[in-house]
Design a protein around this ligand. Sequence first.
Ligand code: ZN
Length: 64
Amino acid sequence: MDSLCCYKLVVGKKIIKCSQCKEEFENGYGYRMHWEQKHFYPYIRKNSFDFESAKRDKENGANS
Ligand SMILES: [Zn+2]
């Protein structure tokens, strides 16, 4: 009973963790804004997306 109660309290506070870095957000809007600015727009090339740079940055971020 008690453990179930604690579990509900923990999950009740929704935190969205960025899949690309360590940042956390309290709502989807903040996460989306962050993700687009940090992990999407910087890699946009003319008519394409720079997947190689994005992948490289993600790997670097995970190691540091
Ligand atoms: Zn991020």
